[in-house]
Design a protein around this ligand. Structure first.
Ligand SMILES: [Zn+2]
Length: 218
């Protein structure tokens, strides 16, 4: 994984007339960020140019309102991140699993955190699917398939009496959001990479480096 490049590329935001206003705005602000970090935090820039050593692995929702660096006011290099629909993690998701494995065994992160949020569209869609039940039919799109475990969890909450099927949706969503975070922590706890870390962490060399024993949070 190469070091980030923060050198400004002058006037890039104005050089391509085909960019729409959204991307032009992003490029402008990226140019400003590059200039500011070089001026305001030269030591940080020098450090992260050599490599990264984040302490935190963050599993969050892809929701645009949940950018971990913004809401936690972090600098570059502090959080290694996977974000997807409704902050899910499971053993068979190669993308998320590879990121976790790399973060623990190559970067030595110490804290793994699952972060849910209110007004989650994934949670809302999973509730709808659970309430529709069999009448929703077989999931055919990637989004529908991705939400199956969350919809199943929503169904379990109804079955075990945690929430009534006719409960207000906001209440259902609040309970499913919490249950979802706990479920992902459970998935992590049972994962090969976490189990391997807990067996060998702290004082054991894993793939040539000292491996920290990680803690799970949700
Ligand atoms: Zn969400």
């Amino acid at each position: 994984m190469s070091a980030p490049a923060f050198e400004p590329t002058p006037n890039q935001s104005q050089s391509n007339p085909n960019l729409g206003p959204a991307l032009s705005s992003l490029l402008s602000r990226n140019e400003a960020f590059s200039s500011n970090i070089a001026k305001d935090k030269p030591d940080l820039l020098a450090a992260i140019s050599k490599g990264q050593a984040p302490k935190v692995f963050w599993i969050g929702c892809a929701d645009s309102r949940m950018p971990e660096g913004t809401i936690c006011q972090t600098d570059p290099g502090e959080i290694f991140t996977v974000r997807n629909i409704a902050n899910q993690w499971n053993e068979n998701d190669d993308s998320a699993n590879a990121a976790l494995t790399f973060a623990i065994e190559a970067l030595g992160v110490e804290e793994v955190v699952v972060v849910g949020h209110t007004s989650c569209g994934g949670v809302s869609a999973a509730i709808d699917a659970a309430l529709a039940g069999a009448s929703a039919g077989t999931p055919t799109t990637a989004l529908q398939r991705y939400l199956v475990p969350l919809a199943q969890l929503a169904g379990e909450l109804i079955k075990n009496g945690t929430v009534a099927a006719d409960a207000p949706k906001a209440e259902f969503a609040r309970k499913l959001t919490t249950a979802n975070v706990l479920k992902q922590v459970e998935n992590l706890r049972n994962s090969e990479v976490i189990q391997r870390n807990w067996k060998t962490g702290e004082s054991t060399l894993v793939k040539g480096r000292m491996c920290n024993k990680v803690r799970l949070h949700g």
